[in-house]
Unconditional design. Structure first.
Length: 461
């Protein structure tokens, strides 16, 4: 009966504003950490550590592929954790300090030969990604453990993306000014100091998430599910497979542009300082971009909302293609980028938890960690391919960190790298979202059937 009581609480609870904000704090961490890393690490390797773009690309490829397999194991490991604090929240508590240390090490320059620098870069980048994989998997799964109420999940997802937008704004406004203030002309010291500040802020956000949330969906200790069974469930879950590919294409699209935008501002537009202002526009529209999403869910449904976002992503690429060096049009492109960036992740993460119940209904196995791990695996593969692609593309267009001004051909290449991936990514998003058929009505019917099964099992027990 205790299990049924927990199920009813999870379905009926109305979460407090404090708990919603605390959940959102975890995504402030995710964006502080992730955006700082994805925006500046390639530039740090090529222009400060002195590693060639092609070698840096291979570092990202190897480390992210290794990390992808770490990510896919993180969920099943998390699912097996049982503590007095819950299953997923402890990762926020015990991961807070290690992730901060790892981020600082990743932006620490060593005096050594190129071979040693490459080894150092690989080791620290792998460490920082392993920390992120376990923490990100845990707090991404936390939503499904806090409530099964579809409306509350939608609200939580708005706070999640609101937290993401807040973290993005902090990085946009503070990162380069911190580099300048701390470094005082020494970029290496500046980036290390900025990484320390971001790491400390990230740790604080994780602790807020830990202390401010509660897990209500509890899987009994006696319920043993093999890891292989968890992933078999994922493979039988068509909506989940589609969401995995959707997340992968979204992650590839936006991480590709994050990696290239520093070069776009510094070399094509001619002023690296523009990045602070333009990225601030991206962050400022983040929260306004997600406010209409719950209303769009009700009016259009989640699938059609995602179709709309994919079309906007394609239009965003076209805007950048037409902008050239028209700063007003470039600014509009960054604003539209902020809308599509925040809306796309908001919608996909609003859809992924629904596939957990679908899998439980279809297979009898509830494995939220496996679902999130599979998504994390796909995301890591996408990041690996995106960063590797940018590094290789920079090499192909003959980018040289030793040149203050790049050649005309290189600048033209950077211009296209900033725009075309958005068009390609939007098309790929459309291809995978159109076959998705888990409607709101079908999901509610699935929830009722799952609850009926549990009630029947409880009465028999």
């Amino acid at each position: 009966m205790e299990k049924i009581k927990q199920t009813l609480e999870a379905a009926n609870v109305k979460l407090s504003w404090r708990e919603r904000f605390s959940y959102g704090a975890a995504d402030v961490y995710g964006t502080l950490f992730g955006n700082f890393l994805s925006t500046f690490i390639l530039y740090y390797y090529t222009d400060i550590l002195g590693i060639s773009a092609a070698v840096a690309a291979n570092i990202f490829l190897v480390c992210n592929l290794v990390d992808a397999f770490t990510a896919i194991s993180a969920g099943p490991i998390a699912d097996k954790v049982r503590t007095k604090w819950g299953t997923y929240r402890p990762f926020c508590l015990f991961g807070a300090i290690p992730q901060a240390i790892a981020l600082v090490l990743c932006f620490t320059k060593i005096q050594a030969g190129e071979g040693t620098k490459v080894i150092w870069a690989m080791a620290t980048y792998l460490l920082v990604n392993v920390c992120y994989a376990f923490i990100n998997t845990a707090y991404s799964t936390l939503c499904s453990a806090m409530t099964t109420n579809v409306n509350e999940r939608g609200v939580l997802n708005v706070f999640k993306i609101g937290g993401s937008a807040t973290g993005s704004l902090v990085v946009s406004l503070l990162a380069l000014p911190l580099v300048a203030a701390i470094g005082a002309g020494n970029e290496a010291r500046g980036y290390q100091g900025a990484a320390a500040v971001m790491g400390i802020l990230s740790a604080v956000m994780l602790l807020i998430a830990f202390f401010g949330t509660k897990e209500r969906v509890v899987v009994e200790k006696t319920e043993k599910v093999k890891v292989i069974d968890s992933f078999k469930m994922v493979l039988k879950n068509k909506p989940c497979i589609l969401m995995i590919f959707l997340l992968m294409f979204i992650a590839w699209t936006f991480n590709f542009r994050f990696a290239v935008v520093m070069y776009y501002c510094k070399y094509y537009l001619g002023d690296a300082g523009l990045l602070t202002g333009f990225n601030s526009l991206v962050s400022l529209v983040g929260i306004p971009a997600i406010i209409p999403i719950p209303g769009l869910y009700k009016k259009l449904g989640k699938k059609n909302t995602m179709v709309l976002v994919a079309i906007l992503t394609i239009l965003n690429g076209i805007v950048f293609l037409l902008a050239h060096q028209n700063y007003y049009m470039v600014a509009f492109g960054f604003i539209l980028f902020g809308v599509t960036l925040n809306a796309s992740f908001s919608v996909v993460w609003g859809m992924i938890p629904d596939t957990i119940e679908y899998g439980e209904w279809k297979t009898g196995v509830r494995a939220p960690g496996a679902v999130v791990s599979a998504c994390a695996f796909a995301r890591k593969i996408a990041i690996a391919v995106a960063t590797w692609s940018v590094g290789q593309a920079l090499s192909l267009i003959h980018y040289s960190a030793e040149l203050e001004v790049q050649t005309a051909a290189t600048n033209t290449g950077i211009y296209y790298l900033n725009a075309v991936p958005l068009i390609i990514g939007g098309i790929l998003m459309l291809i995978v979202i159109l076959p998705y058929n888990l409607t709101q009505e079908k999901f509610e019917s699935i929830l009722k059937e799952i609850d009926a099964r549990k009630a029947s099992s409880g009465s028999q027990g």
